[in-house]
Design a protein around this ligand. Structure first.
Ligand code: NDP
Ligand code: DGY
Length: 301
């Protein structure tokens, strides 16, 4: 059967008013992680709505309880972005720990006077303990990539121990142990009510003064005021964030005044090929949802 497609043909997000208007009566909705899919959107769509397909693996932007209540199916994009996101996480970790952005600025602004023994020194992975919070698809891919750098111990925490952790010699430990023993703390868990604000004052106080903090999950897992305090007081060494609250982070945000904080604009999955595959998968999820057939990647909730 032929249908009508209403397309927001821009790389910019659809304005909320346009979304509310455009979704009225729709059977399917393809959205981005920047579109908040809440009761208002679901009400605006009305009872025709059968499927929501998000161009993301994260689904914290969607009111899952409401969606479930209405019997709407959800498609998402796991696996296809795992490698790109893990790669970006490693890049961010190294850039943060070895102070690459600072170094680049020094070269440009003339701060590079000569070779100096202690200038721009940072922290290396060799012989280190790495802690991964949330050893899921991406967490595991990060661990696999970090191990060959000479990581001595790989700790992980989460709700359950993982059977595939043996592959990276991962040790399942309580969060407190991970936080206090790790030289690198990498956050790759989903944002849920349990993980919201997980990285707070208490958390940063337990970290080593020489430890590096990396977050490529969601900004809201971190209490940013507490992170600012930890970074500016020397409680922890440095932080690399691919995700923040809000996004974009305002250019006058205190975190951006710190040399020991590297902030990226949520580019974890941003390779041309990955975004192309994500687009295809989300379109196929949408079509399957509309046709009432098996989706290539349906979120079971
Ligand atoms: P998975 O579902 O495979 O992994 C999520 C992990 O989070 C699971 O291992 C889960 O552990 C863990 N987790 C859940 N609750 C807790 C908790 N209370 N404490 C600690 N860990 C917890 O998802 P992916 O690896 O595919 O993706 C993870 C997240 O990464 C996404 O939800 C998204 O937010 C983010 N992401 C960011 C990107 C970026 O551009 N920066 C790109 C892609 C994803 P358990 O199984 O034990 O519950
Ligand atoms: C996701 O998929 O959840 C990322 O944040 C963007 O790829």
């Amino acid at each position: 059967a032929k249908g009508k497609v209403s397309l927001w043909d821009s790389d910019e997000p659809v304005p909320r008013a346009e979304l509310l208007k455009g979704v009225a009566g729709a059977h399917g909705l393809l959205c981005l992680l920047s579109d908040k899919i809440d009761t208002e959107v679901l009400d605006a769509a009305g009872p025709n709505l059968k499927v929501i397909s998000t161009l993301s693996v994260g689904f914290d932007h969607m009111a899952m309880d409401e969606i479930k209540k209405r019997g709407v199916r959800v498609g998402y994009t796991p696996d296809v972005l795992t490698d790109a996101t893990a790669e970006l996480t490693v890049a961010l970790l190294l850039a943060t720990a070895r102070r690459l952005p600072e170094g680049v600025v020094e070269v440009i602004n003339g701060g590079w006077s000569t070779w100096k023994p202690l200038w721009l020194c940072g922290y290396g992975l060799s012989g280190s303990t790495v802690g991964v919070i949330g050893l899921g698809r991406i967490g595991m891919a990060i661990a696999r990539r970090l191990k060959p750098f000479g990581v001595k111990k790989l700790l992980y925490s989460g709700r359950t121990a993982k059977s595939n952790a043996a592959e990276v010699e991962g040790e399942y430990v309580p969060l407190d142990t991970l936080v206090s023993e790790s030289d690198f703390v990498v956050v790759s868990c989903a944002l849920t009510p349990d993980t919201q604000g997980l990285c707070n004052k208490d958390f940063f106080c337990k970290m080593k003064n020489t430890a590096v903090f990396i977050n490529t999950s969601r900004g809201a897992v971190v209490n940013q005021e507490d992170l600012y305090q930890a970074l500016s007081s020397g409680q922890i060494a440095c932080a690399g964030l691919d995700v923040t609250t809000p996004e974009p982070l305002p250019t006058d945000h205190p975190l951006l005044t710190l040399k020991n904080c590297v902030v990226l604009p949520h580019i974890g999955s941003a390779t041309y090929s990955t975004r192309g595959i994500m687009a295809e998968l989300s379109a196929n999820n949408l079509l399957a949802g509309l046709q009432g057939t098996d989706m290539p990647s349906e979120l079971k909730f």
